[in-house]
Each structure stands twice: as C-alpha cells, then as structure tokens.
Design a protein around this ligand. Sequence first.
Ligand code: 13P
Length: 288
Amino acid sequence: MLLTGPEGLKALTAAYETGHALPGFVAYNLESVQGIVAAAEAHPGRPVLIQAGSSPFKHAGREPLMRLALDAAAHSDAPLGVHLDHSRDLDEITACLEAGYTSVMVDGSHLPFPENIALTREAVRRVRDHGAWVEAELGALAGDEDVSTNASASVNVMTDPSQAAEFVAETSVDALAVAVGNVHGFTAAPVRLDLNRLAAIHSAVPVPLVLHGASGLPEEQLLGALSRGVAKVNVNAELRRAYLRAVSARLPAALPGSDAVGLWSAGRDAVTEAASRIITRLTPSPTS
Ligand code: 13P
C-alpha cells in the first residue's frame, strides 16, 4: 500500500526514536521497482521507500517511472513510500507531489548556504501543500549517483553542526541529509564515517538525519550512524551490483534462446535478495 505523507513521516519518526532506519532504495526500471517491492513484501510491516528520483528519470523518463513506482506501491500489501531523490528542480518536485509522491528530497547541496536555504524553503512550502514530508541536504558528497567511481570523501564538503542547526531552523525540513565521510558508490578502501561530527550534528539538530551513499558501508560504521540520529539510509550501488552480477551470470544460458525474460527475472530476484538483506539490517521485525 502507498503510505500517505503523514504515515511515512510517522515511520521515519518511529525509526528515529528506536535507533533504526527507513531503507530508501533507488529504482531505475520495472525490475528494480519489482525487486524492491518483493523485498518489502517479504518483510511484512517494515516500511520501505522506493526512490524513483531525478537521476533514474534521465534513464526511464519521469512520467513512466513515476507512474510505475506509485502503481507498484499502491498494489502491494507492504507499506511503501515513493520518494523523489536528489531533486534540484522545483517543477519536478511539484510534478511528483501532484502525482502522489509521499516525500521528496530537495537537493540544494551544490548551492551557497543562503541559496540552499531559499530553494529548500520553497520546496518545503510546496511539500506542505501536498501533505508530504521533505528531506534536504547540507554539505556535499563525492561520487556519482549512477556509477561507482571509487570516490574519495576528501573532496566532500562536510556538514557543519552549527550551520546544520541554523539550516533546519530556517527551513523547517523534516529530515536532513549529511556529509560525514560518506560517498556515493563503492570504494576500494572501506569508508570511515566521522562519527564525532555525526554525533555533534545529531545533538544540534532536532530532526532525523539521512545517510546517503550506504553501499559497501562496513557494518560497525552503519551501526554507529544508526545510534547517532540516522533514521533513513539510502542504497543504490548495492542493488545495481546485485542486478548486474545476476544478469551477467545468466547471460550465457539466456543468449542461445534469446531468453530476455529469464535474464530480467534473474536481475529482479537479485535486487530482492540484496534489498532484503538491507531491510533486515536497518529495521526491526514488527514482532521483536
Ligand atoms: P550508494 O550508491 O552509495 O548506495 O548511494 C545511494 C544514495 O545515496 C542515493 O541517494
């Protein structure tokens, strides 16, 4: 079922209060949407976000991917939010809200501080009109959203705790994405988060924090983040890698019979497996 905005925000708040996190999985196409939904259905009662956002729109087209994600969520028994990830475009934000998105991430992280505040404020105004909830970002992450580039956190603009407090007070966002050593995509050397900085941001800011770039993050780093206010964790490369590995393993058997369906199904099932592993790491079983 498609969560309403308030239900999604309630799930985020519950995760924040219990030291867990909502998984936000990036979806590009039919198989990734289906894979994510199947993973959510395999873990009843654990809310999951399908992040059909700006970058995937460049591949699939906004209208088809938006409709696909919303429709898949509406026809599932699992509690699913549909989230616009990394949008710099107010028209895109409005279009997704009007279509029924339950949350958006306005990304002004590339802008100077006052301009980031101005863009975020306008996004918050539009989001409130639609009863959805909103995430913004302060600081900037290295790496590419669609390809792992072995990014280095040394080029991150780290989030400053006191600026984060001012940003949240000025914008009234519901959640804040932070740069604390996290990067988009896989890296050759394991990522080490600046957990002291994260703890300082958590103390300074009264809203849940969001960790982008969670693919490949060592377990103890992830647990460190969950105990310091991170209540939403974004995952993309890990699902892409699972999909590609499954598809490439299947390809030799699929080619002779042009078995495209077998190939796509293998990719979809691999997304389900990878997303399932992440759901169990981030969220408690409703009975526990
Ligand atoms: P990863 O590709 O590192 O999982 O990052 C995903 C992300 O942050 C999407 O917003």
